[in-house]
Write a protein that binds this ligand. Structure first.
Ligand code: F0G
Length: 367
């Protein structure tokens, strides 16, 4: 069997992206992530649902950011930049650092002190970024790097850089290519609101190229303690266990509202308790380990379903297909995982002690 020569999202979707023959392609073979059918979540919603999970944690730096970063860093290289800069709740900095390393560019990342997951910090450090922690939040960091990028010759690679959005829209192309059409609903977490902007742009482009027969309804979910779009005002002190989306004043606020309005969708919030419930559920029932921010997309579906939101769509369509973006890998935040699930205690090194502790039972053994 011939193994497909996969060359990353720029080569796969070149004609939809702002690259030319002379653009140096900086890639770590991002994208091409699995779209996994979820029997458990589908069943939990009801017999008429087919839920698919777009597992973006399987990108090279373990989050969806790599799709945008391959384009942003390739363009920075093409435009002879020598450094890239970003503010981040962790994943953007991990991705920027890796792609900058690959491209021989310097990378500066500004992060909120004590508010990013350990794995993400390790990534930025290992990829040799200059990491600056500020005694402030993500919104402060973004304000500062925006200003720096205007005054110094460094390229901003946050999602206000349009090349990021261009790259990230390829996730909706992949979903449509696998399903053969758009889903009825697409659900995803919302932080700085770049990704919902990117998915909606991708679906609209595929629709205009007649690659899909309809547009999906977009569902975005913020964490309740960081839900400026839902509440309609910026949050000065955003709070949530899902540090990736702890953002009080999203840069792409307007575009997210446009995506919601044009698609007839919803941007709502989910509580930390709902986020953690799904975080554990996906790991324990589906074998899929995501970071807490990612589980907001599924938590939101459970919430809307309880409120009867989908009923009229089921009447209209019979069966409904929903895709959910799982934005980042659970291994990004191992500290949280072991905090939420108590590790077992230590026992004596004997067969009896191990059997007792692991609750192995002869009666459990089914031939
Ligand atoms: N999920 C994860 C795991 C994220 O890291 C982010 C954003 C989001 C969801 C929200 O996406 O911002 O496009 O609405 N993380 C950014 C960062 C802010 O700095 O890594 P968004």
């Amino acid at each position: 069997m011939k193994i497909e020569n996969y060359r990353g999202v720029i080569e796969r979707y070149r004609k939809f992206l702002p690259v030319s023959k002379t653009t140096p392609v900086v890639t770590l073979l991002e994208g091409n992530t699995p779209l996994i059918f979820s029997p458990k979540i589908s069943r939990l919603l009801g017999s008429k649902f087919r839920v698919y999970l777009k597992y973006e944690g399987l990108n090279p730096t373990s989050s969806f950011k790599d799709r945008g970063m391959t384009v942003a860093v390739s363009k920075a290289k093409e435009e002879k930049q020598y450094a890239v800069i970003c503010a981040s709740t962790g994943n953007t900095s991990a991705s920027a650092a890796a792609y900058a390393a690959r491209a021989n560019l310097k990378c500066i990342v500004v992060i909120p002190q004590g508010a990013i997951a350990l794995g993400k910090l390790a990534q930025a450090l290992m990829h040799n970024a200059r990491v600056v922690a500020i005694d402030g939040n993500f919104d402060d960091a973004l304000r500062i790097v925006r200003e720096i990028s205007l005054r110094f010759p460094v390229r901003l690679v946050n999602s206000i850089n349009p090349h990021r959005i261009e790259g990230q829209k390829t996730a909706s192309f992949e979903i449509a290519d696998v399903l053969g059409d758009a889903p009825v609903f697409h659900s995803l977490p919302v932080g700085n609101a770049g990704n919902i902007t990117a998915y909606w742009k991708g679906y609209k482009e595929y629709y205009s190229f007649k690659k899909i027969s309809h547009l999906p309804v977009m569902l975005g979910f913020q964490a309740k303690g960081s839900s400026p779009i839902v509440q309609g005002y910026p949050f000065k002190r955003p709070k949530t266990v899902a540090t990736a989306i702890r953002i009080g004043n999203p840069a792409s606020w307007k575009k997210a509202v446009e995506a919601r309005n044009e698609s007839g969708g919803i941007i709502d919030s989910v509580t930390d308790r709902e986020i953690i419930y799904v975080y554990k559920l996906l790991a324990k029932e589906e074998g899929i380990f995501v970071e807490p921010a990612s589980s907001a997309s599924v938590a939101g579906l459970l919430k809307l379903n309880k409120q009867g939101y989908f009923d009229r769509f089921i009447k209209r369509f019979g069966e409904i297909t929903i895709t959910c973006t799982l934005t980042g890998h659970g291994l990004k935040d191992p500290e949280l995982a072991v905090k939420k699930i108590k590790p077992p205690g230590v026992v004596k090194p004997t067969l009896e002690a191990v059997v007792k502790k692991s609750r192995i039972n002869r009666e459990d053994a089914v031939p």
